[in-house]
Design a protein around this ligand. Sequence first.
Ligand SMILES: Cc1cc2nc3c(=O)[nH]c(=O)nc-3n(C[C@H](O)[C@H](O)[C@H](O)COP(=O)(O)OP(=O)(O)OC[C@H]3O[C@@H](n4cnc5c(N)ncnc54)[C@H](O)[C@@H]3O)c2cc1C
Length: 376
Amino acid sequence: MTAPSTRSRVVVIGGGILGVSTATQLVRSGADVTLLTEGELASGASGRSLSWLNTAGLRSPEYHALRQLGIDRYRTLAAREDVSAFLRFDGGLTWAPEGESLAAVIEHERSIGYDALWVTAEDVADVTPGVDPNAIATEGGIFNPGEGWVDLPSLIAHLAEEFTARGGTLITGTGHAEVVVEDGRAVGALTPDGRRFDADAVLLATGPGVPAQVAEHGIAIEDGSPTALLVWTKPVATDLKAVLNTPNVAVRPTPTGALALDSAWSEEALIVADDGTVTVPDGIVERLLEEASRVLAGNPRLELDGLGIGGKPIPGDGEPVLGEIEDISGYFVAFTHSGATLGLIAGELLAREILTGEKSPLLDTFRPARFSAALV
Ligand SMILES: Cc1cc2nc3c(=O)[nH]c(=O)nc-3n(C[C@H](O)[C@H](O)[C@H](O)COP(=O)(O)OP(=O)(O)OC[C@H]3O[C@@H](n4cnc5c(N)ncnc54)[C@H](O)[C@@H]3O)c2cc1C
């Protein structure tokens, strides 16, 4: 464990996976931590995430390494505590649209030691259950046995229990909290009711809200966050265990025996008005349910249980933004896509940086300063 050295009073703003994970790591190290969040815990992107734990496909070596460590920390959690109700490692299955190929992707994955098997309609049932072989692309697809999924609201509740048990102060329903900056330093946070929480360091982990909030302090973080849609089905009889990443739908099981679904096309179909109101065009949800049924063995009828609509945090260059703002001492940010995969490792690395001031080489390419450097 890290002994608190330079900073011991920390305010974390944002009760999603990144805020709660970091706050828990901070109290484990003995820091005095207050976690503020505007509504309930997990009320943002973490409450409506597909949460596929993976580092599949092509990405920068640094991002791949961080994601691998992300999966490693989940493995450790699964080995040390009984979290099997909400954290599973039953693999991930991906196939491409007809006319495209994943041959180069599996080649790449194998070259970097990412466990990857080629599966076809004939052998898929031997590899993972619950998938309709007729739905798989003619060329086949990639099964990554080391992948998994997590139910983030359950994980957040699990971590928050430890956070409060270790003496952390959790304040929900704060409304829009702001970072207080004085003389070039982050010195605490202010809530709309006028309460001020003094601190030696502040972590802003407000998901898609981060770029606009740092902009108020003159800091640029390029924002590529779209409005996203997650569909939950009612519980359904299916043997599916893996996360499916298919051309028209991504599917993962949930702790209640239901399914969570999303896709790029349904996200792009959302209509977002200037005032932020989101309309889901007619037929979109029904089609997503049908697409999911089509990839499941037996093609079960899927019924809608609920929708999760809102911002999906994605930095403009696609890479995580983690660490201290260069020009404002003690002001840390966490803003990333794939925050489910990175949730535990990002919290661990950020907490260490916040408390010790020592910069982790693992975060070197992910620091917020890269955006201000791009403006010069
Ligand atoms: C549809 C969808 C699919 C996804 N699929 C995957 C996937 O397969 N794999 C993966 O790894 N990741 C995935 N992600 C991304 C992942 O879910 C997010 O990166 C992660 O949940 C972000 O967590 P966060 O803590 O940064 O933000 P959030 O979960 O958004 O939490 C931020 C919290 O801050 C609060 N807040 C905001 N502003 C303020 C304020 N001013 N004051 C106080 N509180 C505030 C919000 O209410 C919220 O509770 C997906 C996301 C979505 C939406």
